[in-house]
Ligand binder design. Structure first.
Ligand SMILES: Nc1ncnc2c1ncn2[C@@H]1O[C@H](COP(=O)(O)OP(=O)(O)O)[C@@H](O)[C@H]1O
Ligand SMILES: [Mg+2]
Length: 253
């Protein structure tokens, strides 16, 4: 499909472009962790201000290439996969990271100390779709628990889908849970509307939302081709059915 000669993409792979588009909405600005391009000075500055950051390939997926970098008691470390490497100086750290990142464009994002379940980090996936009436609707929310000792929650990196209410149930009572889920649904729709202003071809998005210890939600990334199949793991089969029905209506298998 083209408008005015410009192709209208259905997918957007650059995390940088998506973040830029989201930051145009004031109400999203304070729930997107600060994100900058990867370079030596930015890394130094971000580690000084936050202590912990995530580094990720601009167009990556499945959690591949994602690293967690920390500065603690004057020492530096980074973790990729299950491997943790430590360094006595910033320069040694940066030299090692430069080797890991040299072939692609990377971003630095302030790290969120994600809530844990049985010692494993988790985040939430919020599925938002155009419904058959052409309005944005949040159709599903599911938790993803990282494999033990891993820093990413992606299914393709050993993450395990689990009911969001079960994961948040350790921290919230029934009423607070209802409010939290509602506000995540609203956040999903707001995010979709904002992103679609810049990318009108979008029909579906999946937000990766991290929860910090105060249960504040943070948008870690927005996917434009989110996997619907993890929602099959939910005990309520109507959620996956609705997701598939909406996808059919806008022309996705
Ligand atoms: N800023 C962050 N703070 C804490 N965890 C993060 C952060 N960014 C990413 N993660 C973790 O890494 C995973 C993968 O990062 P993400 O940005 O979603 O890239 P990908 O496109 O590979 O899925 C996230 O689902 C989350 O578990
Ligand atoms: Mg992701």
């Amino acid at each position: 499909m083209t408008i005015g000669g410009d192709a209208v993409p259905q997918y957007v792979s650059s995390k940088w472009k998506k973040t830029e588009a989201l930051l145009r909405n004031r109400s999203l600005q304070n729930i997107i962790p600060k994100t900058v391009r990867f370079n030596r000075i930015q890394l130094k500055t971000m580690l000084e201000s936050s202590g912990m950051v995530y580094i990720k390939p601009d167009t990556g997926s499945y959690g591949n290439g994602v690293m967690r970098v920390e500065r603690k008691k004057g020492r530096y470390s980074f973790q990729a996969g299950e491997r943790l490497r430590t360094f006595s100086t910033f320069d040694f750290l940066f030299e090692a990271l430069r080797k890991e990142t040299k072939s692609r464009r990377y971003l630095i994002q302030r790290g969120i100390h994600l809530l844990k379940y049985k010692g494993r980090r988790f985040d939430l996936r919020v599925m938002v779709q155009l419904n058959p009436k052409k309005a944005w609707e949040t159709t599903g929310i599911i938790g993803r628990v990282a494999a033990p000792r891993k820093i990413v929650t992606n299914f393709h990196n050993g993450g395990k889908p689990m009911s969001a209410t079960r994961l948040l149930g350790q921290h919230l009572n029934k009423q607070a849970m209802e409010n939290k889920i509602n506000s995540l649904e609203v956040l999903g729709v707001r995010t979709a509307k904002t992103l679609r202003r810049k990318f009108p071809g979008l029909r579906v998005i999946g937000l990766d939302v991290g929860m910090d210890p105060s249960l504040t939600p943070w948008i870690l990334e927005v996917n434009t081709n989110p996997d619907p199949y993890i929602f099959r793991k939910l005990p309520d089969p109507t959620i996956f059915r609705t997701i598939q029905r909406y996808a059919k209506a806008y022309g996705r298998k």
